[in-house]
Design a protein around this ligand. Sequence first.
Ligand SMILES: [Zn+2]
Length: 686
Amino acid sequence: MNEKTESVNTAACGKTSMSIGVCYFPEHWPEDRWESDIEAMADCGIEYVRMGEFAWSRFEPEPGQYDTAWLERVVDLIGDHGMKAVLCTPTATPPKWLVDRYPEIRQTERDGTVREWGSRRHYCFNSETYRQETERIVTELADRFAQNPTVVGWQTDNEYGVHGTLRCYCDNCSAAFGEWLREKYGDVETLNETWGTDFWSQHHTSFDEIEAPGHTPTDHHPSRLLDYYRFTSDRVRDYNRLQADVLREANEEWFVTHNFMFDFTELDAFDVGSDLDFASWDVYPTGFAQSKPESEQTAADLRIGDLAQTALHHDLYRNAADGPFWIMEQQPGSINWPPTTSQPAEGAMRLWAHHAVAHGCDVVSYFRWRRCQQGQEQYHSGLRRADGAPDRGYHDAAWAADEFEELAVGERAQPDPSVAAVFDYESHWALEKVDMGPTFDYASHFATVYEALRGRSVGVDIVPRDADFRAYDAVVVPALHVLDDEAADRLAAFVRDGGSLLTTARTGEKTPGNQLHPTAPGPLADLVGATVDNHESHATDTLETTVEYDGDTFEYHTWGEWLSPDAAAVVGKHRGGVGDGRPAITHRSVGDGSVTYLGVWPDEALADAVVTDVLAAGGVEHLDSPLPDRVQVAERDGLTWVFNYGAHAVETDLPAGDIVVGDATVPAYDLTVFEGAATDITVEES
Ligand SMILES: [Zn+2]
């Protein structure tokens, strides 16, 4: 343990201008412990205490018999200690009596398996009964706390879609899907035409006959699937809106948020975010890193997580709603749910809190206050141990809170990037099942381009396709697979007005109905000045995957296109193999701006080379050379953080006078903060 940690361990951390919070489950502890817990929270500078998640069976032990007095006593204690309460609707865990009374609220998996009561998230979003029960319990709770000055806002439900629970295949969902399609298409022949149902005898005669796409011998019709994925996301948005409306009706001053999660691509966060005051998300870096294939996981991943994964989600959820974002659950130490339970590196919990704040987070709330002795999460640590003594996360949280006060981060404006990256859920859904490239994962392809931007110290807003691009100098649009005229026109206007646009392989292949455009990139072909002549996927490295770009050779993988330019200049060509000499990358000046089309899935070096040229074309400041692996830089209102998620120290060229936290040498799993811009720095491996 280093010296600074020890110095904080010995003292309460005091109040901070940056808010920190904690998730507390008073129902897990005897009442005579509540006051000492809450006193200790206040001593640590905690401002927000989140509660009530999963507590339906305590709020309503029997049908219609409500008991919220216990939580009112806790809320009062929190208020007495100068803190604020954030309450949660308990709808992620309908109690046993409710499931027994209405068994039709349970979810059904694609193969017909019913998800039984006994864990969580077992309800169907399309059960009208469950929607009525939701409205009833949320109304009851909202009314009981509407006049309580300590309660400042609500979290709806918990992590919509965790455990793969967004998409359900029950009879409720089949009926609701048919109605959703009727609403969308009006008459069934329009649906037949939009989907293209002459294939394999899939013509529909009525909306009533259309079911949720259950288990079949081979692939479902891709258009049916895409609409089903749209439908499931839409219906969760509606379900969330139901809750938000009830809460705002009770007290219009309350904020309403939802805690999203890592890699939750089945739910359109921008869509749900439109009904929230701000988005929040739950950050568990050592767990997320284990989503990678085991062969790709490093010791650093297991100690601190993957830097780019965490940064990307900060930038996504910062833009998912109008407000700034919160971390509703910050990993406090070791956690129970990944395949392996590693101990985070020394200081990791402090590093993660800084990382969120540097990306614009307003409140870092740790999950949970105390390690729990009962139930499914006994092996999940807390800021405090099960016996109440401080654990590793407590010391890190206190350390970070001290530093946030010194840095006055709570008074700093949000990051203001000049680059946007379009994340398109519909394209992700359309690419989930594709014959032409089983390894083409939209989110990974997006991350390749995103990481190249971050590698040059460039801040990024992750935005939907209908964002206002006029606020940016450069926009990157990886694999905008589903493309209509409206989106293409907006991107063309951005370029003509002086923007620098990068779009990549598989853009504009599909219509909104998920049929092929006659040529790719579909309605963007005129702007790009080229079409895709042919393409191939690469499941392995067997085929030749070399391109020449700007006089150098690079590798690509997974996907390659042969381009056929008309108005565009060829700036990259395939080298070797059957495609030798064919165009792979084009560039074209249009109006006051330019557009680059990258027709392969680039390796890291090619992504860096192309992205750097796109930044230069847009006049975006960036580093002259890329940052080392596992190092990123983030700027917020005059302060810049250097994060080292690597197992070895890195060297910066920062003058001592500019540094406000740390040192010019950034140790492994550590950080440095300086006054200045993200491009005022060079970083090299030691
Ligand atoms: Zn269902």
